[in-house]
Design a protein around this ligand. Sequence first.
Ligand code: GLC
Length: 719
Amino acid sequence: MKNSKLVELLNKMTVEEKVGQLSQISGEPYTSENFVVTGPLAEMGIPDKLIPVAGSVLGAAGAEANRNLQDNYLKKSRLKIPLIFMGDIIHGFKTIFPIPLGIGATWNTYLGQTTARVSAIESAVSGVHVTFSPMVDLVRDPRWGRVLETTGEDKYLNERFAEAFVNGYQGKNYSDPYTIASCVKHFAAYGAPEGGRDYNTVNMSERQLREDYLSSYKAAVDAGTELVMTAFNTIDGIPSTGNKWLLDDVLRKEWGFDGVVISDWGAVKELIPHGVAADEKEAAMKAMNATLDIEMMTFTYIKHLEELINEGKVSEDLLDEAVLRILKLKNKLGLFENPHREADVEKEKELVFCQSHRKKAQQVAEESMVLLKNNDVLPLKEKDQKIALIGPFTRDENMLGAWSWRGEPDTASNIIDSMKEMISPESVLYAEGSTLDHTDENMLDEAKATAKKADVIVLALGESAEMSGEAASVTDIRLPEAQMKLLKQLKALNKPVVTVLFNGRPLDLTEVDKYSDAILEAWYPGTEGGEAVANILLGNTNPSGKLPMSFPQNVGQIPVYYNHFSTGRPVESAPDQKYVSKYLDSSNYPKYAFGYGMSYTTFDYGKMKLSKETMTDNDTIEASITITNNGLYKGKEVVQLYVRDLVGEVVRPKKELKNFKKIELKPGQTETVTFTLSKDMLSYVHPDQKVKTDPGEFEVFIGGNSLVKKAEKFIYKKG
Ligand code: GLC
């Protein structure tokens, strides 16, 4: 439909019908033609007048089910404006990929895009039009349960994955088959709550917000995301959902975003407990005047906007602009011509959870896993060796992790069955050993008896899915005591112990390290997690994951992240001195650093070469280095480029990731990797909030993780 037709449609709408388009509810009322209100909507007191005019539904999926909802709704719609269906397809629809923190650990944006593409295919044929993804909140605090949903602590890595996810979901245009619209979230800086406590206060300067936290949302906007979801938290005392500076001045006017802004679940009404609105009417006014378009799962708009407009407290133009943005989104998705879009029962049967999707899920899972330690125990290649698989995650199909939408845990592959398929079943012994958080002496005894019969012990430990995700912040990031007891008692048998971890956040692995000869970080690896772990343990796949987020020595060290400032008393300058920035009881450095991950082979870096030593405004410098695979296995390596601005108008990080390249080398093979450095890569947000590059000296690092020390210097000169 032409946009002019949309304006004609808008002009036919009553105020109530317009406000209805700004409300998102769950789909229960439309499961039958008589719009019966049941479940949470009834308890929440949804006004009857909203049901026939609500513009969108969250959480509904299924080709037949959504076709039915749409038909029932349209039968009673005066102007036949179709519903738009939105949902949380975060790392897969039914074929579940690793959690996004694991996808980030692949450092492979092509794979990132693939996960979104597969998700879009399965969502589109199941009647979903919009996903509340990508979640791009930068994180530095593993106490926060939602770090699992992000791609980590670095803005450059987050930006690249944000683009990849948006492109994977939305494709080139919506006439391509199997595309859905994306909604980047949570705008903004939701990943920086004080104390790592979910929904808590976020406090930072505008300069730091712009420098570190906003760029990944902007990358999604620049990649064309159709929607932005506001965050629960305040920034400098103003909740994002009622923050006009953030939503209108920055997002819409400065960045040119002309799409739809939707609140998070109930976030409009939460302006009241936040303490910036006295009642629902004021909450509606503040959100609307901040240019928030859709109110999710509360009803302040339908209850108060008409009155606010009549009182002149909200302009009807603002209402019309919001409604037009939503009509344009529905029009872009072709819903006026075809309200069912791609919802197709036959296609759903053919494509959802199909073999080729699961194969992709396995590939991503294998590339997501990070080898943190290996004292020559892995891979398990010894002929006829007996392997004791022990721990709550060996059989447990809890491989999917939080936000696994329609993923079914019992459809996930597990380690035992996978290992038995790959090597002779009699080589694989099994005992549960302990539950996730409870020691049972009989289970422990059985595990020790099993382990005694084996040559090597593989322990599958981790967090229950409930221990990470939304509203799952913790103050202790160690494994549960029961699992540590199991590890220690098995290590006392003096056999090699391989610990495989299933978790949604960086953990304090100090004790795990002490009792493990090898540690493989598997995250929540998704539908094919068991298969992927088995392939890596047996050496069929060489691990290549690199950490997208630092693992602290302990919870007291948080926040610890690689791109920190030097301070006026850097510990490196005088490690034995008292009066330097350090702890009395811990190193300053993380246990495992950003960008770190081992391989079964060894990659040796040559000497970096710079094409010149001085850069001016319009030219670039090439930084080259050779990498050689000096080991026995073919392997993938993530070559990382870091830069340091030695003197700035404000203090600058000791390192900043500026590019990376994932290469694959056969044993003995050497490859030269070249990165191009330009002035823009050296820029940062200045105190005047402008993005500029200072002339001066810079250091360049190229290596396999953020601890790389060898650097070359160059100068940038204006002119
Ligand atoms: C939740 C989450 C958000 C999700 C929304 C809809 O509270 O914060 O990420 O998209 O509600 O389920």
